[in-house]
Each structure stands twice: as structure tokens, then as C-alpha cells.
Design a protein around this ligand. Structure first.
Ligand code: 8YV
Length: 321
């Protein structure tokens, strides 16, 4: 008789993670990596003790209310959990976990790439070379913005924000941050705290978003706040698209208020606003902040550590509900 807990795994995960899943659980895998609809998700969860989803599956209050009662835990592969209605999960007694820490390096790396790619016009340059349209050179050709020594404002100084600050110091950047709470000095490492976002924005040559998407942060970067940035600032978002208002970001890029933007997180992924791709001053990535072999393995293992603890009767270390 098989008494291993049954885990519904919604997406194709790295081989090493699936091997551990198969060893320790009765794993319902998704080898074709098809995206489950809401109804399929609920149907496939029948008889499962837990679910290991990605941010691509939405656990709204309705879905949580309709999950089979045997499902006791949702152990997310993603660190962001804005796709889960936490209040509804708590109400139902559904345990929810995420995998913090393990993707901070990869996401901070991508943030630096977005910052530099936007500032140094990487999209334009690459397109010129690839299309064979590069015809000449002059001192005025493809001149961008220097990153070294500039002021970087970090909105959300959590794990990813802190690693980004460390990497940016390698470029002699001056670090500023806004968060709901001030960090202890040893964690700040000289970064300057701003009690309000409005206080920080006017000094941001670069602004990088690293906060969670919550009702409080949704739409935070709107026209009013883009206007507070210095003219020619560079905007970077590798967190969640919900933090910026598409129309207002596009307007700021079109008017030249923003010199450029590096974006990895959008509203309505993957069906994003087509205007982003038409702008020459955007450097766009398809939500790949954590997409390295090392990190994707680590995310899966961390989700499994949470499942292991839960089914051993212990408190999972990364419980968010
Ligand atoms: C993940 C992310 O790739 O972890 C997150 O919150 O945004 C990404 O890095 C993705 O969400 C995994 O589901």
C-alpha cells in the first residue's frame, strides 16, 4: 500500500526536484508543462494532500473555497505569493509556504542586467548588430547613460533588494531605499533610508522595484510619482508588474521623463501591453529573474523542505499562511 502523501505539481520542474518528489511523495507531475485552467486545477487536486504550484496558478478565494478538502498545503515554487488569496487560505486553514532567500542572487543579477541594459541601450544595440543595420560609427553613436557612481533608489529593501544594493555598490552606486520599516545599521550597510517614497524619488537616478505586490503597493508607481523622479531617470522592475501603472510608465517613457526602463515583470503576463515592445528605450525580459539552473533547483528543494516539514508534523519554516 502506498501511504506517501499525494502532491499535485502544476508545472514541469527541474529533473533533480522531480526525482526527489518521486522518491518521497506520490507525485502527480505535469511532464508536458500544460497550463491548467481553474477547473482543471480543482479537478486534478482531487485526492491530493498538497499542491506545489508556480505563480501561474491563481488561488483566488473562489478557487480556495472549491479545493477538495483533502488538500491541506500549497507549497509555492515562487517567492511571490500575490497569486494566492492569503486571507481566504487562512480562513480555510490551508497552509501556504514560499521559498525565500534562494532566488535573491539570481534576481539581483537580472536586476543589474536590466539596469545596465536599459542605461546602455542594449536592446537597440543588439538589434542593430543582428539585423545587419549597423553601418557606421561616430562619437555620438548609441550614447547611453553611465551607471557607475549614480544614485540608486530601492523600493522594498527585503532579501532581493539587499542583494541588489550589494551588487550595485560594486558599481560605486549610492544606495537609497524606502520600505515600511527601517533596517538595522549592519543590514543597511550605509544605505540611506527614506521614510516615504515621495522623499526618495527626487534623488533616484535609477529606481528599482523589489517590494511584494499587495493591495498597498499595487499601482504605487503612477503618473504622480513618476513625475517626482529626476528628468532622465531609469526605471527597473524585476518584481511584479502590479507595482507600476502601464499607461503612466509608457507615458513617462514616451515623453522622455524617463530615459529608459528595464522590465522583467509586467501586468497581464505574458499578454503584455504591446506598446512596451514598440519603444526603443525599453529593455525587456520575459519574467526570468530566477531562471538559472542553480536557483530553479534550489526553489524546488526549498518548496520540498516545506512539504517535508509539514507532512512530518512540524511547522514549515517558510509559512506565509
Ligand atoms: C519565479 C518569481 O520564476 O518567485 C517569484 O516570485 O517571480 C519568479 O522568480 C516564478 O514566480 C515561479 O513561479
Amino acid at each position: 500500500m502506498n501511504d506517501k502523501p499525494v502532491i499535485l505539481v502544476t508545472r514541469k520542474l527541474p529533473d533533480a526536484v522531480e526525482a526527489r518528489l518521486k522518491r518521497d511523495y506520490e507525485a502527480r507531475l505535469n511532464p508536458d508543462d500544460t497550463l491548467y485552467s481553474k477547473e482543471e486545477l480543482i479537478e486534478r487536486a482531487r485526492g491530493a494532500d498538497g499542491i506545489l504550484p508556480c505563480h501561474t496558478e491563481h488561488f483566488s478565494a473562489e478557487v480556495i473555497g472549491r479545493l477538495p478538502e483533502e488538500v491541506k498545503i500549497v507549497a509555492n515554487f515562487s517567492v511571490g505569493f500575490d497569486h494566492v488569496d492569503i486571507a481566504a487560505a487562512k480562513k480555510r486553514g490551508l497552509v501556504v509556504t514560499n521559498p525565500p532567500d534562494v532566488l535573491s542572487d539570481a534576481t539581483a543579477e537580472l536586476t543589474m542586467m536590466l539596469m545596465i541594459g536599459a542605461a546602455r541601450r542594449a536592446s537597440e544595440g543588439e538589434r542593430l548588430v543582428r539585423t545587419g543595420e549597423w553601418k557606421d560609427w561616430s562619437p555620438a553613436f548609441m550614447v547611453g547613460t553611465q551607471v557607475t557612481g549614480k544614485r540608486l533608489g530601492i523600493l522594498g529593501m527585503g532579501r532581493v533588494g539587499q542583494v541588489t544594493a550589494r551588487r550595485a555598490r560594486g558599481f560605486d552606486m549610492e544606495i537609497h531605499y524606502h520600505d515600511v520599516r527601517r533596517l538595522p545599521p549592519e543590514v543597511e550597510e550605509g544605505a540611506q533610508y527614506h521614510g516615504t517614497l515621495e522623499d526618495m524619488l527626487p534623488i533616484c537616478d535609477f529606481l528599482s522595484i523589489h517590494c511584494n505586490a499587495t493591495p498597498e503597493t499595487t499601482g504605487l508607481m503612477n503618473a504622480e510619482r513618476f513625475a517626482l523622479l529626476p528628468d532622465g531617470a531609469i526605471f527597473v522592475n524585476a518584481a511584479r508588474g502590479a507595482i507600476h501603472v502601464d499607461d503612466d510608465l509608457i507615458e513617462a517613457l514616451q515623453s522622455g521623463k524617463l530615459k529608459a526602463a528595464g522590465i522583467d515583470a509586467y501586468n497581464n503576463e505574458p499578454t503584455i501591453d504591446p506598446r512596451f515592445a514598440k519603444l526603443a528605450n525599453t529593455f525587456l525580459m520575459p519574467h526570468i529573474g530566477s531562471a538559472t539552473t542553480e536557483t530553479r533547483d534550489a526553489m524546488g528543494f526549498r518548496a520540498l523542505d516545506n512539504l517535508d516539514a509539514f507532512f512530518a508534523g512540524d511547522e514549515p519554516s517558510d509559512r506565509v499562511a
